[in-house]
Design a protein around this ligand. Sequence first.
Ligand SMILES: Nc1nc2c(ncn2[C@@H]2O[C@H](COP(=O)(O)OP(=O)(O)O)[C@@H](O)[C@H]2O)c(=O)[nH]1
Ligand SMILES: [Mg+2]
Ligand SMILES: [Zn+2]
Length: 311
Amino acid sequence: MVEYKGRITCSVGGLYTVITDTLTPAGQEFDCRARGVFRHNREKPVVGDIVRVGFEREDNASCAVITRILERKNRLVRPPLANIDYIFVTMSAARPEPDTGMADKLISIAEFNTIEPVVIINKTELDRRRAAELGEVYRLAGYNVFCLSCYTGEGVDALRRFIDSNLPGQSAAFAGASGVGKSTLMNLLFPGLGLETSDVSEKIGRGRHTTRRVTLYPVRSQGRPAGFIADTPGFSLLDFERFDYFSKEDLPHTFREFGELLGSCRYTKCSHTKEEGCAIITAVQEGKIAPSRHRSYVNLYEILKTKRPWD
Ligand SMILES: Nc1nc2c(ncn2[C@@H]2O[C@H](COP(=O)(O)OP(=O)(O)O)[C@@H](O)[C@H]2O)c(=O)[nH]1
Ligand SMILES: [Mg+2]
Ligand SMILES: [Zn+2]
């Protein structure tokens, strides 16, 4: 039996689309069914899975079957999506107002799942000062930050360069509040994607009819393959409430800038929320950690404190 390795890009009622990637012929698309054995093991292929696809005969793609799911790097529950390498956490400088609490939550979930967060501040032309301040907060935390405007085009080239050198062979998703310009930016970066964009008022009317179908699009940037981009209509990407449980003990490790300070607080069981002699709080006072990041930490800590694994 001939076998190829590829990535599931779409899943509809037990039928999967797989695009071969690393092995030749790269970029070829197949419709596959999952092998019966998956159903017995209660293992279900999801979009983003890297799989082996087998063919009874090389020339007969209609009998392609997924024979194996390769080990997952990560697996999101809502939306069901596997093997995400990058998350572009997107905010706007204004309209809507930046929500750092939401951004920090997304970053924290990404960190927990070994997804590299990249911060994007869009609509900088509406408030350049606010954009620059926000950018500083996330640079200080140790992230790649791109301040840009889809309208004026400023800053977009820098993001393009980042994508061209980091995204080939990887998969990425854009996350952030509705209306910040995610679809507009994706269309700008990857012509041919053709995602719908709309202002907030239009969105409300259409929201309930949106199909909740996750798709990975193979994208090209400057004419070359640039990895896969997830589109997740109908999902607010990375639902924290229903997300795979992580504990308040895990939380400090999802704040990158806390890193080397952890372990140097006065109390070994320091929660880093209000204790005397807390190295994190001292760093906030010394301007080494942004106050808004610490506020987000405290808020998430309070949520996780009351959470049980079965919630
Ligand atoms: N002022 C301004 N508006 C933008 C910019 N980028 C996108 N928008 C607008 O913001 C609105 C929401 O954009 P959309 O891409 O649908 O946002 P999404 O919900 O995050 O996908 C649309 O009306 C866009 O035209 C920008 O750089 N500046
Ligand atoms: Mg959109
Ligand atoms: Zn502490």
